[in-house]
Design a protein around this ligand. Structure first.
Ligand code: WT7
Length: 637
């Protein structure tokens, strides 16, 4: 890497070999983004070509209208032509001694077809939603693809979400089939996932459960309802015709946190999402024939969908997935995996980088890590120290570090510097992906000047992979994304600014969403969970800075009974784990007599947030109860 001032550039050698190394692509794409994406769309397989590339009826838009496609044909069938025996997927189990499992494109193709046939026999049809609640095992990828094969819409729910969180999502999708596993390994212990699934399907439409045998733990099994995955596919044919999908038909629903309590089901399309997944993966991770790509995100998140399933497969690439915890059995585990498989591109989140930074340099220094060529970061702003540590200790100062901005809603990476072009600048994600038009707008709706912070928005024609709606909730779709700046501008809810080179820095969310270890959590979601506690009359949750997790939630609660602070904390934590899952556990729960409020009764979360920073509280005279702030200050001392 070459350093010029604050900027880093790929060296000549890297640049020469990179798939994209000429800046001209940006200009070409901007001149006619629709034509640009159309050109890319031609490189994936369509059963029938589209009639119109882009159609806009605000707040709705369509890509590749009239086209017929099945994404699994490009991801699997097409790869059989030249890559039949190429390794597609490597699965690394948590236990160090256990054998990895390796699937060639042909293996994966057959397994997906078998499961697709089995799902059909179970009654699954095009357009049906199918829930997936699974650990990181090959069968989760196979399940997603099998759904796509038959035109069923998969809705993956993160396996560490609580049964209650699963239930809410299953209710919304009205799925009749759920695919899960008996259990999985986490830090050497077996987690009984099936038990969670059994609980989660209560009061839902789920009639059948497909259970992958993974951990061999004892589970409750209801013969007419539960089916072993391994039995189901045993006698199925290796061939299942790929359902003809409309380009705009939904491929999957993935739930994410909105500013209110209820999760939003982001709907992604077959055609546009596929095109974007392929080319963002290809160009940003510079996927070439011999590369081995590893994205550490769980399939429960959008990163897992796009870069641990569709993106690599659409490029005929080899990729790794890992079942376990990053630091188990010791903090060298990830480095060991990098060396073991000769990972060339490694994609992870700042929170993990900060955790390893804390464990110490002795871990990465014990390993060679010399196969690495590109590093990636995603999920939250990466601070300078973490960037430098990652760049130096993991990338050994020779790997371009792509800081990639995107959202569950955008379906794929939309802001980053391309590895063969650069420049890379710590704390700046980079520039728009070719063919995507961003702006940063101030309160008056005008473009911000250099350094001025404003709202990050996407302008037409947006991106082919941007969400098409919130499942069964058009009002929320309109209100969340298409109201702030009018119905022709997509509002990201992120604050951003540009430097003199045009590089975009993401400052963070401007709504009530916090990023806890990269996971997106709405403070409103936590508040709704806490409010279910019968002794609690009022509560407020705010995000505060954390050295490793970036941000963590802290809760303030007002109780009607006289419970001890200790007890209430325990109960609130239990409540949140039950409603959402351990990732949302608040760092602190403060029992207070009153919450700061305006005269109209609105809780002033902004003041609570400021109590954790060095910022001035400002004028409190507008509050109806300024004394509440004094009380809270005493508690925090
Ligand atoms: C939010 C979206 C997209 C996959 C994982 C997160 C924040 C994401 C970056 C980055 C600064 C980032 C934004 C965004 N974010 N990437 N490179 N730098 N912030 O998906 O859970 O839907 O969260 O994550 O605030 O809006 P998500």
């Amino acid at each position: 890497m070459i350093k010029k001032g604050e900027l880093y550039y790929p060296d000549k050698n890297f640049q020469k070999k990179a798939l994209i190394n000429n800046r001209a692509i940006y200009k070409k794409a901007s001149a006619n983004p629709v034509k640009f994406w159309e050109g890319l769309a031609k490189e994936i397989f369509w059963q029938k070509k589209w009639k119109k590339a882009f159609e806009h009826k605000p707040p709705y838009f369509k890509w590749f209208v009239g086209g017929k496609i099945n994404i699994t044909e490009s991801a699997l069938d097409k790869n059989l032509e030249e890559k039949k025996n190429k390794v597609a997927l490597i699965w690394e189990p948590e236990a160090v001694g256990e054998r990895q499992r390796i699937f060639s494109y042909y293996d994966l193709f057959r397994e997906v077809n078998r499961l697709a046939n089995a799902l059909k026999k179970m009654g699954a049809q095009k357009g049906d939603r199918i829930g997936i609640y699974s650990p990181m095992i090959p069968e989760v990828i196979i399940s997603m693809l099998a759904c796509a094969r038959i035109g069923a819409v998969h809705a993956v729910v993160f396996s560490a979400f609580s049964p209650k969180a699963l239930q809410v999502r299953l209710q919304d999708t009205e799925a009749k089939i759920l695919i899960t596993a008996d259990g999985y390994f986490r830090r050497g212990k077996v987690v009984n996932l099936k038990q969670g699934a059994d609980e989660g399907i209560k009061e839902t439409k789920v009639e059948k459960i497909v259970v992958v045998k993974r951990a061999g733990n004892e589970i409750f099994f209801q013969p007419d309802r539960d089916f072993w995955y391994q039995d189901l596919i045993k006698n199925e044919s290796d061939w299942c015709p790929a359902e003809a999908m409309d380009s705009e038909d939904p491929l999957f629903i993935l739930y994410t946190s909105g500013s209110t309590g209820k999760p939003k089901g982001c709907v992604h399309s077959c055609g546009g999402y596929g095109v974007q997944a392929k080319f963002t993966a290809k160009w940003i991770f510079d996927l070439k024939e011999d590369d081995i790509f590893w994205s550490t995100a769980d399939v429960g998140w959008i990163t897992g969908h796009t870069y641990s399933c569709y993106g690599p497969l659409l490029n005929g690439a080899t990729f790794v997935i890992f079942e376990g915890a990053p630091d188990y059995p010791d903090p060298g585990r990830w480095c060991e995996i990098i060396d073991k498989y000769g990972i060339t591109t490694f994609y992870t989140a700042p929170t993990a980088i900060r955790m390893f930074e804390k464990y110490g340099v002795e871990y990465p220094r014990k390993y060679k890590l010399d196969s690495l060529q590109i590093l990636g970061s995603v999920g939250e702003p990466i601070d300078k120290a973490a960037w430098q540590w990652y760049f130096k200790e993991v990338g050994r100062e020779k790997c371009p570090l792509v800081d990639t901005w995107w959202q569950t809603e955008t379906g794929g990476i939309l802001i980053t510097s391309l590895p063969g072009i650069g420049p890379f600048k710590p704390t700046f994600a980079g520039i728009h992906f070719p063919g995507v038009n961003f702006a940063i707008l101030n309160e008056k709706g005008k473009s911000c000047k250099i350094g001025e912070q404003g709202n990050l928005v996407i302008l037409p024609p947006f991106a082919p992979g941007l969400l098409r709606g919130i499942y069964k909730n058009p009002e929320k779709y309109l209100e969340t994304y298409w109201s702030e700046c009018g119905n022709k501008i997509y509002f990201t809810s992120d604050g951003a600014c540009k430097d003199k080179n045009g590089l975009i820095r993401i400052v963070g969310r401007i709504d009530d969403v916090i990023k806890v270890a990269g996971h997106r959590i709405a403070t409103g979601e936590l508040e709704s969970a806490i409010a279910l506690h019968s002794d609690i009359t009022e509560c407020a949750v705010v995000g505060v800075a954390d050295e490793i997790k970036g941000e963590v939630p802290v809760a303030f609660v007002v109780c009607k009974t006289d419970k001890s602070a200790e007890n209430i904390k325990e109960e609130v934590v239990r409540q949140i784990r039950k409603e959402i899952g351990p990732i949302a556990t608040p760092k602190e729960v403060y029992l207070v007599k009153d919450l700061p409020k305006t005269r109209s009764g609105k809780i002033m979360r902004r003041i609570l947030r400021k109590l954790f920073t060095s910022e001035e509280l400002g004028d409190l005279s507008a509050l109806s109860n300024p004394e509440s702030v004094e009380e809270i200050k005493l508690i925090l001392r």
